[in-house]
Each structure stands twice: as C-alpha cells, then as structure tokens.
Design a protein around this ligand. Structure first.
Ligand code: FAD
Ligand code: FES
Length: 328
C-alpha cells in the first residue's frame, strides 16, 4: 500500500501507507465523529464521491448505504486517491434530557434519558450519544422497546475515560445529549418463541442483555432463558436482587451471577461467566446466543458456543470496543 491523496471539500490530505482514513483525518485535525475504531459503532460513516470505496470499508453496512458508496473511515485503507464527503444528513435523530442518574455499583451508572421524539428500536441495540463538544460514544439500550421515549443505559466508568468519567461526575439532571438512530444486530427476535436462549455478559454488558430478557419475557417467550453475568469480584456485579426476583417469578428464566476471583457467597458461582455456562450446558444446538461486553470474552465465547453446536447464524454479539487511542 502506498500514500494516497484524500480530498474532503477544499482540503486535500495525505493518507499514509497503512493508515486508515479516520486516522489521517484526525491527524489533520478534521472534526469527524468516531468512537469504536473497529467498524462497530458506524459513527465514522463517510461517502466516496468518485467510485466505490474499498470493499472492506463497507463491512456491516446496509445494502442501500453500500450502493451509495458509503464507507467506514476507520476501516478504510485507500488503494487509490479518493474524493470523500461527510454523510449528507446526521444519524443523530433526536435529543434526550437526563432525567435520572443512579449508581448501580461503585463503577456503573444507570443513566435515564427522556427523548424528544419516540425511538423505534429492538431491545439489545445500541445508540451513539453525542455531547455538546462533539465527543461520541456508543451505549447499549438497557430497557425493552415499549419504553420508546425513555431510554436507560449502564455506563461503566473507565479511569481517565472522557465520556464515561464525565457522565459519572459532570453530567447533570436536565443536561442534553444527541441520540443517534439505533444500531446493531444483537437483539431479541420473536420468531422462535420456543428456542432456548443463552445470554452471557461481563460488567455493563448486562445492559443489552437485560433489555433482551425483558423484551423476551414481555413477548411471552416460552423457551428457557439462561443469563450468566460475570465480573472479577462481587463489587462488579449489580442487579442481583432484581434478576433473582425475575427468576423467581418466571420459571423459564435462569440467572447465574459469576465472579472469577475470590470466594463466592451463596447463589453466586465461581469462575468466568462463559466457563460456568459451558460447564453446565451440554449442547447448544438450536439455541440462540447473545454475547455482550469485553471484546476478548465475546470472541472467545463465540468460538466456544460454536464448538458446543450453536450455529454461527444464531450467535449475536456486541463487543464493547473502547476507542482507547482516540485523539480528540
Ligand atoms: C457497540 C458498543 C456498545 C457499547 N455499550 C456500552 C455500554 O452499554 N456500557 C458501557 O459502559 N460501555 C459501552 N461501550 C463502550 C463505550 O462506547 C465507550 O468506549 C466507553 O464508555 C469508554 O469511553 P470513554 O470516552 O469513557 O473512554 P476513552 O476516553 O475513549 O478511553 C478509554 C480508555 O482508554 C484509556 N486511554 C485513552 N486514551 C489513551 C491513551 N492515549 N493512552 C493510553 N490509554 C488511553 C482511558 O484511560 C480509558 O481507560 C460500548 C461500545 C460499543 C462499541
Ligand atoms: S465504526 Fe468507525 S469509529 Fe466506530
């Protein structure tokens, strides 16, 4: 790969060999929304104005967007000069007002946003939240889709994290955030109400799983639903009582909180959530699997689930990639 020229409006930028378009634009201080840098959040969507972009840069985009030569800047390593443009309309489709903030544990905040407009989404999807200075981050919706004007999120504080630490400390009731259209394919589908569901999440990965479980139970899902929520120690778990109460009131919902270090108290299991799950379940043939949280856990568990008989088409995953080398 060699250096290529990128033209954006009146500005021409050199994209170095082995550099993504996103990195080149950020190097030149061009304001461009981005978050995961992994092709997941779709916040860095741009359009090629002359010819098709590299096919890898369109991974995961809807067919309509592909045909219009949209691409993801973080996945785009140009093989020729490109003329590009920002997307012509924003994917931030509404705003939300912070109506509640509550600590779920020492590191996780339950944030409630009251939306200006109702949002159509599937339980388990995520949105991008944008604050006034343009910083964008993805967060999974934690409630079920009957709440279309009030979204809840579980935001885990990362030390030095620009959005998460700010949301914990400086975001106030009444403050406003822009909210993108919902995204992601990790959501509940009501088409197989008798199939067993396995949900595994770590840390704030419980957020989309809680939404999926609530939606499934609300829609009368009849198959068994197994939730394994993992953390290193007890301090990292939350909603134990709520999930235990849900398991007591729904015979088909089974809840396994897990900790990977230290001695677990009664009703909590020792080991990583994925290891505990796979030691208890013999086959996953015909199951639907939902995996959310740390990217390493998600990738390893995907493989384990496949080896246990799950079809790849039935494994839905959202890895919470953190944009740790973001420049803005
Ligand atoms: C699809 C999806 C869904 C998600 N859902 C959730 C969710 O429901 N809940 C949730 O809590 N998170 C979720 N995330 C993660 C979330 O989007 C953010 O990435 C996360 O909150 C961290 O953002 P931040 O701005 O706080 O951290 P950043 O400022 O981006 O920093 C991330 C980490 O990297 C470190 N870092 C930053 N810059 C440097 C540097 N130059 N050198 C060394 N270290 C550095 C920081 O100290 C911090 O620990 C999701 C992510 C994706 C992709
Ligand atoms: S898809 Fe490019 S930054 Fe997330």
């Amino acid at each position: 790969m060699t250096e290529q020229k990128i033209q954006l409006g009146a500005q021409t930028i050199s994209c170095k060999a082995d550099e993504s378009v996103l990195d080149a634009l950020l190097r030149e201080q061009v304001a461009i929304a981005h978050s995961c840098r992994q092709g997941v959040c779709h916040s860095c969507l741009l359009r090629s104005l002359e010819g098709a972009p590299p096919i890898e840069a369109q991974h995961g985009l809807k067919e309509g967007l592909k045909q219009q030569n949209y691409f993801l800047a973080c996945l785009c390593y140009p093989q020729q000069a490109m003329r590009i443009a920002h997307r012509h309309h924003s994917n931030f489709i509404t705003h939300g007002t912070v109506s509640a903030k509550q600590a779920l544990n020492a590191e996780t905040l339950l944030l409630t946003l009251d939306l200006d407009e109702p949002l159509d989404y599937y339980a388990g999807q995520f949105v991008n939240l944008r604050r006034d200075d343009g910083l964008v981050r993805s967060y999974s919706i934690a409630n079920n889709s009957i709440y279309n004007k009030q979204l809840t999120f579980h935001i885990r504080r990362l030390a030095g994290g620009r959005f998460s630490a700010w949301a914990h400390e400086d975001l106030n009731l009444g403050d406003r955030l822009a909210v993108s259209e919902p995204q992601g394919l990790c959501y509940y589908l009501p088409d197989k109400p008798d199939s067993p569901l396995l949900l595994i999440g770590t840390g704030s990965g419980l957020a989309p799983l809680a939404g999926i479980i609530s939606e499934a139970l609300h829609q009368g899902h009849r198959g068994d639903i197994y939730l394994y929520h993992g953390s290193r120690d007890l301090n990292g778990l939350y909603w134990l009582e709520e999930m235990q109460a849900l398991a007591e009131s729904h015979a088909n919902f089974h809840y396994y909180p897990c900790i990977s270090s230290g001695e677990p108290p009664e009703h909590v299991f020792a080991g990583r959530a994925n290891d505990v799950a796979f030691s208890q379940l013999s086959t996953l043939k015909g199951w639907r699997i939902y995996l959310c949280g740390h990217p390493d856990m998600v990738n390893n568990t995907k493989r384990q689930a496949y080896l246990k008989g799950a079809s790849l088409a039935d494994i839905y995953a959202d890895a919470f990639h953190v944009a740790s080398s973001s420049l803005d």
